[in-house]
Design a protein around this ligand. Structure first.
Ligand code: NAI
Length: 482
């Protein structure tokens, strides 16, 4: 293949290390590897130009190379400023046949520790395809919806003929987006409209991005169909739960190495991410307290043996605070002011607005000090310090390496199947938000059984009749909740 210098990563010399970890990950990702085999001959993604915006980790590298193996062309950016693993990004830029001196890989724009301005530049690079009629992708693979948001905002402002002035920005992130879109509007007032015209659809990875998609669908502003990958059972009931059960404590350990046993930990939110997070802290011997607003999840937490309290009641006595809500303003500066000396505060939800970092920075006389990248102490005027992980961004990817391969194989098998669905069956998906058929969900689970030595019981025809299902599935009605 040809040389490619169309990328920006931290350090190409890390490619060899990245390639070794990718090859270890492949063995742990049986779902993706089975899909590569199944579709090697038919190449269902031939002609697909996929822009991906998803944490550029080792596991994502295996996803990218799966999409390529199915015939797609790919451009990639990370969906968080701290989540890139630089060796994985380097290996993707170099490619399996390239060398750091002669890179032949996929255009990837991602490094650990981007500024917000660089982050949005990277997203734009991933969405901008040289030498194509529209200058853009025909598919998006998104995590949190930032690539989708940029296209939609771009189209909206081009229709209006202007973008809001940078002075109206609500925060630094918003300022970066407005600056970018004011620039593209001046350069090419049809950039995003042209680019959007050929997009067949987006497949969205996470709860927060899915929430944005349903909002756009409801307001009638959604420009192309979307598959909600998150709500595949083999995604949210595995990645969000068992993934966080692994990577939350991994992040806390790498960041602080504090002994979790015996401490009191507060987990805000008891959805899928909260359930996995609470279990991991309890398994380390912490006493875990849950906060919830939903009576069903609060009752679940109580039934699982956790104390359920309000943050207000426990903020002065707990040692570790983790937000998992996907909501904003969960831990405010006034809460942090009441915490114990050296309390640890972190977030594992998608965006950084769960913890009031702006309010913390605005406390008169407060001093921020870097212990190491993504670990900061904040010292209040009375000398009390708290420790904030990853500046309030998702700490399992900022302080550790995110979820491990095996669980991501489930998520990314769903992503790959969703890309094939939207790319090859356009007529079946008018603009709207869809979940994958249960049969495909069951297929993803099936692909992971052998590796764990799981022996499935075969349903007999008369039993299948009795419970009203087919012998080879689907085994549950759509409303079943697992
Ligand atoms: P979910 O909707 O299942 O759970 C969120 C829970 O928070 C709900 O039960 C809700 O009632 C509760 N909640 C909302 N406002 C609250 C408040 N003020 N106080 C206490 N609880 C509150 O969502 P899920 O799937 O657990 O995802 C949560 C977040 O984590 C999302 O932003 C998602 O995108 C993100 N995520 C992060 C991952 C990671 O690796 N860091 C992996 C998967 C998801």
């Amino acid at each position: 293949s040809a040389s490619n210098r169309d990328f920006k990563v931290a350090d190409l010399s890390l490619a060899d290390f990245g390639r070794k970890e990718i090859s270890l990950a492949e063995h742990e990702m049986p779902g993706l590897m089975a899909i590569r085999k199944e579709y090697a001959a038919s190449q269902p993604l031939a002609g697909a130009r996929i822009t991906g915006s998803l944490h550029m980790t080792v596991q994502t590298a295996v996803l990218i190379e799966t999409l390529v193996a199915l015939g797609a062309q790919v451009r990639w950016a990370s969906c968080n400023i701290f989540s890139t693993q630089d060796h994985a990004a380097a290996a993707i830029a170099v490619g399996p046949d390239g060398t750091p001196d002669d890179p032949k890989g996929v255009p990837v724009f991602a490094w650990k520790g981007e500024t917000l301005e660089e982050y949005w530049w990277c997203t734009e690079q991933a969405l901008t395809w040289p030498d194509t009629a529209t200058g853009g992708p025909n598919m998006i693979l998104d995590d949190g919806g930032d690539a989708t948001l940029l296209v939609h905002k771009g189209v909206e402002y081009e229709k209006a003929g202007e973008a809001p002035s940078v002075d109206t920005a609500e925060n630094e992130e918003h300022r970066c987006i407005l600056e970018l879109l004011n620039r593209t509007l001046a350069e090419n007032p049809q950039k995003w409209t042209q680019l959007a015209s050929e997009i067949r659809g987006v497949t969205e990875e996470t709860t927060t991005g899915v929430h944005r998609l349903y909002e756009m669908q409801q307001s009638g502003s959604l420009l192309f169909p979307a598959i909600n990958v998150n709500d595949a059972v083999t995604k949210s009931k595995f990645d969000n739960k068992y993934g966080c059960r692994h990577s939350l404590v991994d992040g806390i350990n790498r960041a602080t190495d504090v002994l979790i046993g015996g401490k009191t930990a507060v987990v805000c939110g008891y959805g899928d991410v909260g359930k996995g997070s609470a279990e991991s802290l309890r398994a380390q011997g912490a006493r875990v307290i849950i906060t919830e607003i939903d009576p069903i999840c609060a009752l679940q937490a109580a039934m699982d043996g956790y104390q359920v309290a309000t943050l207000d009641d426990v903020v002065e006595t707990a040692d570790i605070f983790i937000t998992t809500t996907g909501n904003k303003d969960i831990i405010m500066a006034s809460d942090m002011a009441r915490m114990k000396h050296q309390a640890i505060v972190g977030n594992i939800g998608h965006f950084d607005n769960e913890i009031d970092m702006a309010g913390l920075a605005a406390v008169p006389g407060i001093v921020k000090d870097e212990v190491k990248p993504q670990v900061h102490t904040w010292t209040f005027p009375d000398g009390k310090k708290i420790i904030v992980l990853s500046e309030g961004r998702l700490l399992n990817l900022g302080n550790a390496t995110g979820h491990p391969s095996f669980v991501m194989s489930n998520s990314f098998a769903n992503q790959t199947i969703a890309q094939i669905e939207l790319f090859t069956k356009q007529q079946d998906y008018p603009i709207g938000v869809y979940v994958l058929p249960k049969k495909l969900d069951e297929k993803v689970a099936r692909l992971h059984l052998d590796a764990l030595g799981v022996k499935l019981t075969q349903l007999r025809p008369e039993q299948a009749d009795y419970i009203g299902v087919q012998v080879d599935g689907p085994y549950k009605p759509d409303h079943y909740r697992y």
